[in-house]
Design a protein around this ligand. Structure first.
Ligand SMILES: C[S@@+](CC[C@H](N)C(=O)[O-])C[C@H]1O[C@@H](n2cnc3c(N)ncnc32)[C@H](O)[C@@H]1O
Length: 197
């Protein structure tokens, strides 16, 4: 937000959504304090994203930040809905911690797996006979392939976000339709942060 103002290209609208009313109000307050033109949408992201995308100027430049706690709430429908926009860059937090802690459990579930919303159709594409590490790599690759099927390209340059005790929390990555955004991201990311898995 501050960078966009300092760079002389402030956002004309900042639309934020959350399921939780209080968290949404707190985020709204933080942004208002920074002078952002905020509009709020309370509800499940799979629903609010449709309302948000329908309200946008189809010719504008759009930037989305997706910040879920876990894999399940990063529902692929959200990305698919955003991908309908002509000009869209998405910065996405993917919970590495969730995948590492629970990936094997999600993969072994015969139904109602948290991966069902994250990667629809994952069962046809992940080799459940492989070891945990290979399975985790497959999940990540599978997600990237699915994103690319919408015409949005996910950067292979990933930033690892760690906690106060250096625990691995999230991967931060850019998914964009335009090559220039991916080029800028590559320059911005510090690739010396360790391996993906
Ligand atoms: C990591 S926090 C996001 C924090 C946010 N970026 C901020 O700066 O305040 C994840 C948020 O997802 C919200 N959430 C959980 N499930 C959701 C859903 N299905 N749809 C929309 N938001 C959801 C939670 O209430 C929580 O505030």
């Amino acid at each position: 937000m501050e960078k966009s103002v300092a760079g002389g290209a402030p956002f004309s609208q900042v639309l934020i959504g959350d399921l939780d009313k209080e968290r949404l109000a707190a985020a709204e307050q933080r942004l208002r304090t920074l002078g952002a033109p905020v509009k709020i949408y309370q509800g499940s992201a799979t629903e609010t994203i449709k309302t948000i995308v329908n309200s946008l100027n189809a010719y504008a430049l759009h930037f989305a930040f997706l910040d879920p706690y876990n894999l399940e709430t990063l529902d692929f429908n959200i990305i698919e809905t955003l991908s309908a926009l002509k000009r869209i860059d998405m910065l996405v937090h993917i919970s590495k911690m969730d995948l590492q802690r629970n990936g094997a459990k999600y993969i072994s579930k015969e139904e109602h797996s948290s991966l069902d919303s994250f990667i629809p159709g994952w069962r046809q594409r992940i080799d459940v006979a492989r070891g945990n590490q290979v399975q985790r790599e497959q999940v990540f690759e599978c997600w990237k392939d699915l994103i690319e099927s919408t015409g949005v390209y996910s950067s292979s340059d990933v930033r690892l976000i760690t906690g106060s005790k250096n625990q691995h929390l999230y991967w931060l990555l850019l998914a964009a339709k335009n090559d220039l955004a991916l080029k800028f991201w590559k320059t911005a990311v510090d690739t010396g942060q360790g391996s993906l898995f």
